[in-house]
Ligand binder design. Structure first.
Ligand code: SAM
Length: 231
């Protein structure tokens, strides 16, 4: 992966960035996503935010080597603090982190959101609490994708602020649009997850020390939901 050839995962994220967007890529690491999009003429400006020094320097280098310093600003900042009002950001990508981390970045950085931005989120697990945050904060899920790369299942959640929506507990768990679309990749992901849940339950049953009943019930409920989804 580099600034020309994105991973399949980031390529799918890129597909959800509106043409001509002013993008803030939070946790940009090498800055490959904004640089690739700018090289293709797909966005008009970008901010690459990084909280850690080494990836911040890597992003600066990628931007500099591609002669894009006038169009992409790299900032060392925690989460959405990388965004300034004068940037006029219209889309925010937060990718390659746990869903809870993405949720915390959004929650701590609410003051930096103007409510008009499209959020393009790519959590590595922890999708339910992230969907819960979106619902609680007036966001509607516009698109959802699941894809497999290097034997990992990745999800992409695209959301915009809209009229309030209510998602059921199962929609928060599986994804409301996924449940309607039932794509082959989605069903395969949950077939794999069901096998893992059954293995976990078997491990609990064999465990030397008693596993708390609450924990067993929680995994059993998830296995039941997945079985019903796949039925
Ligand atoms: N977004 C890239 C991708 O999807 O390939 C890089 C993902 S990398 C696994 C996660 C990056 O997020 C790291 O470079 C890390 O320093 C950065 N990060 C984690 N928490 C952050 C925060 N609160 N604010 C800004 N960057 C953060």
């Amino acid at each position: 992966m580099n600034q020309q050839t994105l991973s399949k995962r980031l390529e799918r994220v890129a597909a959800h960035v509106p043409a001509g967007a002013r993008l803030a890529d939070i946790g940009s690491d090498h800055g490959y996503l904004p640089v690739a999009l700018m090289r293709r003429g797909a966005i008009s400006a970008a901010v690459a935010g990084e909280v850690a020094l080494t990836p911040f320097h890597a992003a600066e280098r990628t931007v500099r080597e591609n002669d894009l310093t006038s169009l992409i600003t790299v900032r060392l900042a925690n989460g959405l603090a990388a965004i300034e009002a004068r940037d006029g950001i219209t889309a925010i990508s937060i990718c390659g982190m746990g869903g809870e981390t993405i949720r915390d970045i959004l929650d701590c950085g609410k003051a930096h959101l103007n409510g008009q931005e499209r959020l393009i989120l790519q959590p590595n697990g922890g999708e339910p609490p992230l969907r819960q945050w979106l619902m609680d904060n007036g966001y509607c899920i516009l698109a959802e994708e699941v894809l497999q790369e290097n034997r990992f299942d990745y999800e992409i959640i695209v959301a915009e602020r809209d009229k309030p929506v209510r998602y059921s507990a199962r929609e928060l768990y599986f994804g409301p649009l996924h449940m309607q679309a039932r794509s082959p990749a989605f069903l395969l992901k949950w077939q794999r997850r069901l096998r893992q849940k059954h293995k976990t339950l078997a491990d609990f049953a064999r465990a030397q020390q008693a596993v708390p009943e609450e924990k067993i019930q929680d995994v059993a409920r998830q296995a039941q939901w997945i079985t019903e989804l796949l039925a």
